[in-house]
Design a protein. Structure first.
Lengths: 203, 203
DNA sequence: CGGTGTGAATCTATTCACAGCA
DNA sequence: TGCTGTGAATAGATTCACACCG
């Protein structure tokens, strides 16, 4: 079912975001163009990969379209995830309330410091790092936010993979090596700053 | 000078990261392949866009290559940036020490709550939001991390643009509208979770 | 007519295959 | 011989232009 081009998937993901925050009933591809900068042609092509009926002579039915995209992209099932590494960044996400509304359930936090786990106030259960494997398989957690320091990132990633994690969001500024079938997305501010610098430089 | 394809730029950015963390003198394109998963062909093509002499019969001179990439992509000049919105996420970045080593200098934090500014311990000067325009132009800040709540993101982005900001890293889960010439990169965990879900679904 | 949907054409990126070099 | 570098070939994404529909 990998017929949808990667770039289209990325745009469709942003599009659901946009659709969720509007409160009109219908929206045309040109209106989307003026809000996102992508050409209406591109948008219509992207949407053509989505099955369902949501088009009309006055544009797309906003809600139906959003639902159809989410279902085609597999965003309609709730998924469980965990946070590994509870420093300033990791622990900030323990309190991030948007996850629920978006279909992601944060079910565990891990840190190698037992002391830190005891001190932190958290709405989510916290565990010492040595329980990672056990907890991940018990709760069938498939995704992880990796917020440990750079020098521990690779080692920790390997433990996550062994435990059965299928996707890692890596906040450490390192290039992770993972086996086929495990998906990594790098999220890190320095890379983004650099990407903007490079874009400005090359234009 | 926009001859380098976007995807190549992205890979080259990750590559500098990798090169900086190795301590060998030479590295071949196949060694890079085994560490990153990109084919050695792709890597050689990417590197061919970089001017300079760093190749040898035993591979690339790691350090020379890293320097050449950084200079071609414009990463060799120190850039100033600010953080806007000092909630849990924004204030976490005030303490993030990696920026300096990577050529980015965090020179200001802004928040609309004067109370919060007074309470926070910060190694970086903090200002109330109404001083944004003044401070940004005084220090010639070109980049901003946008960490305000979603409902304030668009409005705040517009103020940043007016103040002369050229690049915004947007942590809010909304699609920002900005004029031509201003670059936005979206960094947000929910989107990344969704991207992984979609990739798993479509493969 | 306003819109959408989509093959065909164009443009871009990736892969291949081999020349050139130490 | 083992590497890089690069034109040529392939594969992929975007844009275009127009048929079609309410």
């Amino acid at each position: 079912m990998n017929l949808i081009p990667e770039p289209s998937v990325e745009r469709l993901l942003s599009l659901t975001r946009l659709l969720d925050h509007l409160d009109v009933q219908f929206i045309t591809s040109s209106e989307i163009e003026s809000r996102t900068g992508w050409s209406s042609n591109t948008i219509r092509k992207d949407i053509s990969y989505i099955e369902g009926s949501f088009a009309s002579p006055v544009g797309y039915d906003r809600q139906k379209l959003a639902t159809a995209i989410k279902s085609t992209l597999g965003l309609d099932k709730v998924q469980r995830f965990c946070v590994v590494g509870l420093g300033r960044l990791g622990s900030a996400y323990l309190h991030y309330s948007v996850f629920r509304e978006e279909g992601y359930e944060l079910v565990a936090g891990f840190d190698s410091s037992v002391n830190r786990i005891e001190i932190l106030h958290s709405p989510v259960p916290l565990y010492p790092a040595y329980k990672m494997g056990e907890v991940i398989s018990r709760f069938q957690i498939t995704l992880a936010l990796l917020c440990v320091p750079p020098e521990e990132a690779q080692k920790t990633a390997e433990r996550l993979v062994t435990a059965g994690i299928k996707g890692i969001i890596n906040f450490a500024p390192v290039v992770l090596q993972v086996p086929e079938g495990v998906h990594v997305r790098n999220v890190n501010v320095v890379d983004e700053l650099r990407a903007i610098s490079a874009t400005i430089q090359c234009s």
